[in-house]
Write a protein that binds this ligand. Structure first.
Ligand SMILES: Cc1ncc(COP(=O)(O)O)c(C=O)c1O
Length: 397
């Protein structure tokens, strides 16, 4: 068999406006082409130091234990649960979408007793409901909550939730996979114990690493647990020895991906965290205005909308696959379909990281206008675009 049998790899050049991955800036891709060094090379140690420092800035924390897990976001969910929870421990998981359900599922697999509070899709987690649930159980070790629910486009305000968790003496496990870099996440000020994210969303790198941070108190719980962490790969006590002072081998770090994360974080530092968050807010506001002008229904509670991800109802008579297929085939634009309860009923439009730009909002709305008209849902050409442009002109942050 010759190498030409398989052909040259030529993935399409897409505009990624789905739930992640987001489009990756050429600077970040370029970083991945740099020479691979060993994971115990002093040059790589410097890369690790830089990443630790920059992640602490993004998470707004002084936590020593701040590192990227070699995995996507789900690996960080596993890391958080596997290290904090021991068999028989009790956790309350707040579920207001698909990823809350996943968190509960993972906690259960760690042998924990899982209690849940379920909130209607499209609504944020209710602090009172959490308070009531926590009052029903003794010795709750942890509470899991998703900050930005990517399945529904809802942002749950964290400070009040965290206050409830603290009052009941539990540890907080916060999923910031979609919110980190796109919304304020203040680990120390808000008192988050464990917080994790993913590289492929608002941080602007490819999928493959999952930054996590743990408070000293949370690390103390990890270090004094009675049972072994079931996972060798995600065991933070051992990972600490590689990412901490001793730099001893645990597993081979994904070198090129780590370069990419460093460059993505460097770009975030150059832009400034506030500016990055502001850029996400601006793009989201324009998108929402444009979609509403097209007569489409936004599914998240207006007071709690997640800027990096907008859920929009698919109009009656329009076939989900037709529209997403045409966007990809004719315009090279990817958006996401609905998950769980929203499957077939919603589109998920992501404006994350380098994808969160005015020009991308306008390109998507323009394409959507064309495709919706072609599929029998009549909209006035330019109506969505005009509304988005008015929003951009008026946007004041
Ligand atoms: C909120 C949230 N949590 C967790 C995950 C899981 O991350 P991954 O798909 O990178 O494993 C996702 C992925 O979209 C997510 O949006």
């Amino acid at each position: 068999m010759t190498s030409s049998y398989f052909g040259e790899l030529q993935p399409g050049s897409r505009l990624l406006l789905g739930p992640g991955p987001s489009s990756v800036h050429p600077r970040v891709l370029q970083a991945m082409t740099l020479p691979v060094v060993g994971h115990l090379d002093p040059d790589f140690f410097q890369v690790m130091n830089d990443i630790g420092d920059m992640l602490r800035e993004v998470y707004r924390t002084a936590n020593v234990m701040t590192m990227p897990v070699s995995a996507t976001g789900t690996g960080a969910m596993e890391t958080a649960c596997a290290n904090i929870l021991e068999p028989g421990d009790t956790i309350v998981v707040c579920r207001n979408g698909y990823f809350g359900i996943r968190l509960g599922n993972i906690a259960e697999r760690c042998g924990a007793r899982v209690h849940t509070i379920d909130t209607a899709w499209g609504r944020p987690v209710d602090p009172q409901a959490l308070d009531d649930e926590l009052s029903r159980h003794s010795r709750v070790k942890a509470v899991g909550v998703v900050h930005g629910e990517t399945s529904t486009g809802v942002l749950t305000p964290l400070p009040e939730i965290l206050e409830v968790i603290r009052r009941h003496g539990a540890l907080s496990i916060v999923d910031a996979v979609t919110s980190l870099g796109g919304h304020d996440v203040r680990v120390d000020e808000w008192g988050i114990d464990v917080c994790y994210s993913g590289t492929q969303k608002c941080l602007g790198a490819p999928p493959g690493l999952a930054p996590i941070t743990l408070s000293d108190a949370a690390m103390q719980v990890v270090k004094t647990r009675e049972s072994l962490v079931q996972s060798f790969y995600f065991n933070l006590q051992d990972l600490e020895s590689y990412w901490g002072l001793s730099r001893s081998y645990h597993h081979t770090a994904p070198i090129s991906m780590t370069y990419a994360l460093r460059e993505a974080l460097r770009m975030l530092m150059e832009e400034g965290i506030e500016n990055r968050i502001g850029r996400h807010a601006r793009a989201a506001a324009a998108l929402r205005a444009g979609l509403e002008a097209l007569g489409l229904e936004l599914l998240a509670d207006p007071q709690y909308r997640l800027n990096p991800l907008t859920t929009v109802g698919i109009p009656e008579g329009i076939e989900d696959g037709q529209v997403r297929g045409a966007l990809l085939r004719d315009y090279d634009i990817e958006i996401g379909g609905g998950l769980g309860e929203f499957r077939g009923k919603a589109w998920r439009i992501g404006l994350m990281g380098d994808s969160a730009r005015d020009r991308n909002v306008l390109a998507l709305l323009s394409a959507l206008e064309q495709i919706l008209n072609a599929n029998g849902y009549e909209v006035a050409y330019g109506s969505g675009l005009a509304a988005a442009q008015r929003e951009l002109a008026a946007f004041s942050g």
